[in-house]
Design a protein around this ligand. Sequence first.
Ligand code: FAD
Length: 392
Amino acid sequence: DLPPIDGDFYQLDLKLSEEQRELQLKVRNFMEDEVRPLVNDHWNRAKFPFEIIEKFKKLNITGVPYEGYGCPNLPFLMEGIIAQEIARVDVSISTFFGVHSGLAMGSIYLCGSEEQKEEWLPKMQRLETIGAFGLTEPNVGSGAAGGLETTCRWDGEHWVLNGQKKWIGNATFADVIIIWARDEDSNQVKGFLVKKDNPGFKAEKMEDKMALRIVQNALITLNDCKVPESDRLQKAESFRDTAKVLKMTRAGVAWQAVGCARGAYESALKYTKKREQFGRPIASYQLIQNHLVEMIANLTSMQTLCFRLSELQDQGLLKDEHASLAKVYTSMRMRDVVSRAREVMGGNGILLEYDVARFVADAEAIYSYEGTKEINSLIVGRAITGYSAFVN
Ligand code: FAD
């Protein structure tokens, strides 16, 4: 008998309690049974499978680490494990989920008033209301901390928002979009809960993406978009508060990278055991085994790092540089794993039906979003040297 296909080489799953392991398997089975059959076709057509939202509701895994408001209040480790399980099957679905549960709900959880949390979080937890997170702009990506061009202005009755946001996941159908804008008076960044039916809000689907094709990214235009003071995130005073959200979600993205690498590794390993050339399975050849060993070594180092990252988060010790280091390291290793997975599959490595091609493409989005390699490296570099090298 051949050994099982399993991307958990150091048995890190044994660190989970029985209930945690049960939840992990529940998510894995859901992803295998309900999501895997849909994803290649939807990815190909750049369509979002809306029917899975109903099914996701039953899993009760939204807002996992938050306390109150109907959220499960499980350790951050479980949020990471769940991100890994979802991304192991499809990175787009894990991005949809991360944007809603992490970026949008997290902004309200960390920066909202008690009333705002009561109003939004329970229905978002139940996935009755879907969220998006709008920070990036056509001219401002990495430099969002200092240079947002989208502005807000108090006209005596409302906040008036003007500008554009680019790449905003879920925003073509989300009910509420967190918009980050620079106050024309104080120059500080503020956050707003913008509802999709606001007359000054327009979201247009971005077409022709070569990664995460299932995710519905939008170009948002805010044209004198009026928002009441009650929909301004009351605890978002400056970009420092936005950064608190990003610190939390970057840890989730590191786990997503693990899931993406694991999915590709497991598909590739299975393939190499079945595929025969020169009369033997290609897995029996030394050069193929070298690729597989490099892949499992990368994957294992990513997983162990992320376990510790989540422990730091659960102990309240997580710093920006911890999350950034994990994001940089896992996204680099992920790229290596998916490209080796694609390589050992020969021509089939570029066919959608074998899954790995999708992971190769989607890895490129993980590599760039939630802070590029350079930006997260600069955050770590600043922490370890004491010098900020963001600008010359
Ligand atoms: P730029 O900032 O223009 O960077 C270009 C290059 O210059 C990069 O290599 C960068 O690292 C480098 N660079 C920039 N500054 C420096 C410097 N100081 N030193 C050295 N190198 C530097 N944003 C949202 O707000 N919400 C979303 O839901 C969302 N979803 C996304 C989904 C996808 C699929 C993608 C691709 C992006 C998404 N984004 C989202 C945007 C994402 O966060 C940005 O793409 C990212 O922050 C990089 O910004 P940019 O693309 O404008 O690149």
